[in-house]
Write a protein that binds this ligand. Sequence first.
Ligand code: GLP
Length: 254
Amino acid sequence: MRVRVFGSDRALARALAAKIAGSLDANPCLVLGLPTGRTPILLYREIVRLHREGRADFSRATTFNLDEFLHLEAHDAHSYRAFMQRHLFDHVNLTARRIQFLNGAARNIARECDRYERAIDRVGGIGLQILGLGTNGHIGFNEPADALIARTHRTRLKPGTRRANAALFDGRLTAVPREALSMGLATILRAKSVVLVATGATKARVVQRMVEGPVTPRLPGSFLQLHRCADIWLDRAAASRLGSSRDGFSRRVS
Ligand code: GLP
């Protein structure tokens, strides 16, 4: 795991947008894994800006989002799909058929999860997976548990996760679905490279446990310690609890 600390969330978003644009330049057929949540909003704004300036071409790229709420139609304004349309897809030149999403309203959920795994395999796997981090350590919707599920699956959301997502439902907690579909831990760890982004003081404690603690299903993000090419990009607030120098970890302040 390589930890990189930025002076601000904006500086981080700019650097990550530039990294994605550079990856697209090097490989126009890049397969990107994408998160939702508050954290990537600045990133998506920066990507849109680069695209408008002619510096990020998505015409041959493919995207796979991490997760979706169960029973929500793609066109439901509260779905993650709708979130992605608003913040990214409506503003860049992705080809519609190369935008891959879990269908939370699918009639046969097991088949839908299987379809997603096969779709990822068919394009040769995810090249660059961007991740956020839940305050309880979840990645995608892989919640802390005694055991984690490897492949794309149906999952029950923790109360805290539902609270964190209530903003998407106009603050109405009761409207937040209790279940979701999510890529599994192996789906995520199969990506060739991963950048996990965490910003703000509310993430400092979980970031410290993820980076410096043991690998445990009680903190799904800790499994990134096992990945060959996982970068943890933080702003100062999220990095504030990390030890300054630890063997095996390189930490760079930008
Ligand atoms: C949601 C998403 C995760 C995301 C997390 C963090 O629950 N399913 O993929 O990483 O929230 O969200 P935020 O960036 O708003 O803190």
